[in-house]
Design a protein. Structure first.
Length: 347
């Protein structure tokens, strides 16, 4: 089987319409790369590493001989465990943990630095085209799940004023007693939770504008004086960081997810979707088995009633992608279908 022999994206959509199957969307890094591979590719992150002034990071990537952040993070986690077993030197463990934290901070910095400065740098016609692609899911009772850290998805949905895109954030009235007396209402910053029951957009691994204050999950937003990235940068300068799942392996990623109320809710919602799931730009690699586990939970969740996840449509870009998915399709508990991702017109 070759990629050219696979169904087109349009054929998949038409089939799901005819079968009256609710469809959901899972986005991976390929979604951002389809906008600009020079900005959002792993090669761009590699260039960032090459040009960093942090000698520790350069040595880490050189020693392990990779530009893969996930692999280096996983190796550091392994080193910590090995050091605990074979060494009584607590300073060594501390140094490895410090290196791991430096690496995670650098990943956030890299994504931020490589990012387009603001939403208006995305041409209007490309933004609208992407919105039409996304809204086909949201306006038909579907949900969107993304593992991307960047702002593209958020920007497109906001710029096009999607009425169906609900990320669960809202404002709480801070002075209800004073308001009753006639004072002007005072509202909180955007907090997650108020609209979580209506949520349709889920950032499975976090994203740049979402922060954990320790009490609330909050979202940065534009105002008349600042672009969003400016405000994110101001928080980071105060040593506040976006919610990012930066662990190396799938087990560590899931552990991070389950210890954050926003992320765990996103994961739980993926685990109970019904109908069909369409993936784009997501390669289901060795660090993504926790996503397959969530999909399998959805496939088994409503098995008795029939209200379950029946199938997944995985977009593949190349014959090697096709070969990889074929080698792991037995790991899925629902029917696996493949389509030619090159036929998707997003931007």
């Amino acid at each position: 089987m070759k990629i050219d022999s696979l169904k087109t994206y349009e054929e998949v959509v038409q089939y799901l319409i005819k079968s009256r199957r609710t469809k959901h969307l899972l986005l991976g890094n390929g979604f951002s790369m389809s906008y600009d591979s020079g900005i959002f590719s792993y090669n761009a992150l590699s260039t960032f590493i090459d040009e960093t002034s942090n000698e520790l990071l350069k040595k880490l990537f050189s020693t392990i001989n990779t530009k893969n952040f996930e692999l280096v993070m996983q190796q550091l986690d392994n080193f910590v465990e090995i050091a605990r077993i074979f060494s009584s030197d607590t300073q060594l463990v501390g140094k490895i943990k410090e290196a791991s934290n430096t690496l995670k901070d650098s990943l956030i910095e890299a994504v931020k630095e490589l990012h387009p400065e603001h939403v208006f740098l995305v041409p209007e016609e490309r933004s609208r085209s992407c919105f039409n692609f996304l809204n086909d899911y949201l306006s038909n009772s579907g949900s969107i799940f993304s593992t991307n850290y960047d702002l593209l998805l958020y920007w497109v949905l906001m710029r096009n004023k999607s009425e169906f895109a609900i990320d669960g954030f809202g404002r709480d009235l801070e002075n209800p007693d004073e308001t009753i007396k006639g004072d002007d209402p005072e509202f909180s910053e955007l907090r997650w939770g108020k609209y979580k029951k209506k949520q349709t957009v889920f950032y499975l691994h976090g994203t740049l504008p979402i922060f954990d204050t320790g009490i609330d999950i909050v979202k940065e937003e534009y105002d008349s004086q600042h672009y969003l990235l400016q405000k994110i940068n101001e928080r980071m300068e105060k040593r506040e960081y976006p919610i990012f799942v930066t662990a190396g392996g799938a087990k560590e990623k899931l552990n991070h997810i389950m210890h954050n109320k926003y992320l765990s809710n996103c994961y739980d919602q993926l685990s109970i979707i019904q109908g069909s799931l369409v993936s784009f730009g997501f390669n289901f690699g060795e660090y993504d088995t926790h996503i397959i586990d969530a999909i399998n939970k959805a496939a088994l969740y409503g098995k008795k009633s029939g209200e379950k996840l029946h199938s997944i449509y995985i977009g593949v870009y190349s014959d090697s992608d096709l070969e990889h998915i074929k080698s792991i399709e037995n790991k899925f508990k629902c029917k696996v279908n493949l389509y030619n991702a090159r036929t998707v017109k997003i931007w």
